[in-house]
Design a protein around this ligand. Structure first.
Ligand code: PSU
Ligand code: MN
Length: 293
């Protein structure tokens, strides 16, 4: 299950960063997804940590993929999306799947990895009763998760309220407000702020010393993002179109992301790629800070 390189780093107390794979199988279009996946793993290495892409390959939990396995996963159009409600069945059935934040956080923690980078987490949708399993998973998994906010198609204030209810530790990285994925700033205030990787490591150590088992969710704003109001307007337009065309369920997110890319003439895709690399780099810094004591 553990790649030899990852196992060796963990055994020696060297920094390791877990990476989710639903962004590769479902979040980005082919063949751009492979280039981005490679850019993310490279960013982790350049920042001095070992990348561990987590995925389900033919029924096996894999923590750390070789480049040719990453390539096969990125090209696999039949790869499924593993969250917690189908993870065991995918493993038992010998399937191949990208893992969501919920599944990746669980598997990373099980493997002994303390830091995990993603683009955006799931959250509370506008349609009633559609809430990501990412939220309760973060509530019970002791791990640092670096993201640039929730997917821009979500109900942001409702998601923040839910994080508070669930007791997930939330910190802004060099920001007092919730970043909104493609956009570095929303109007929604955060409960805490840290300004360097060592500060995040201190919060995680305090969380553990307090006996709190929830994740520390670090919100890292994208460096060159899009204006918040502009992205919101595109999201509303794309949602309206999806309703008119009767698109819903599993097809909705890919449809919305593709429409956002079209409406923004590729700017949302560029921001997505940038924030994934930046989050990987920050996660490597946090993993290094945690390993240094
Ligand atoms: N954000 C994106 N694209 C994605 C995801 C998040 O911009 O593909 C993925 C993440 O893996 C996240 C998952 O954990 O979607 C949440 O899915 P759901 O809402 O079905 O739980
Ligand atoms: Mn859902």
């Amino acid at each position: 299950m553990l790649a030899p390189e990852v196992a060796a780093a963990l055994a020696e107390g060297r920094p390791v960063v877990a990476l989710e794979s639903t962004v590769i199988t479902h979040g980005l279009a082919r063949p751009e997804n492979l280039a981005v996946a490679r850019a993310i793993t490279r960013a982790v290495r350049e920042a001095g940590a070992v990348p561990a892409v987590i995925a389900i390959i033919r029924g096996k939990v894999r923590v750390g993929l070789e480049d040719r396995e990453l390539e096969a996963l990125a090209e696999d159009e039949r790869a499924e999306k593993a969250s917690l409600w189908n993870l065991a069945a995918l493993v038992a059935g010998g399937k191949t799947a990208g893992t969501t934040v919920a599944a990746t956080a669980h598997l990373a923690h099980q493997a002994g990895i303390a830091v995990f980078a993603t683009g955006g987490t799931g959250g509370v949708h506008f349609s009633p009763f559609d809430e990501s399993a990412d939220l309760p998973a973060l509530a019970r998994t002791s791990i640092v998760v670096v993201s640039s906010g929730m997917k821009s198609i979500l109900d942001l204030p409702a998601t923040l309220e839910r994080l508070e209810t669930l007791g997930v530790a939330v910190v802004g990285y060099r920001t007092d407000r919730l970043p909104a994925f493609h956009s570095p700033e929303s109007p929604h205030p955060l409960p805490a702020r840290v300004d360097d990787p060592e500060g995040v490591a201190e919060v995680f150590r305090a969380q553990q010393a307090l006996g709190l088992s929830a994740a520390v969710l670090v919100f890292n704003p994208v460096s060159e993002g899009l204006p918040f109001d502009q992205v919101q307007a595109w999201v509303e337009a794309a949602n309206r179109e999806a309703r008119e065309k009767g698109i819903h369920g599993k097809a909705l997110t890919p449809y919305l992301l593709r429409r956002l890319a079209e409406l923004s003439e590729g700017a949302t895709d560029r921001a997505n790629r940038r924030l994934l690399v930046e989050n990987a780099r920050l996660a490597a810094g946090i993993a290094t800070a945690l390993a240094e004591r």
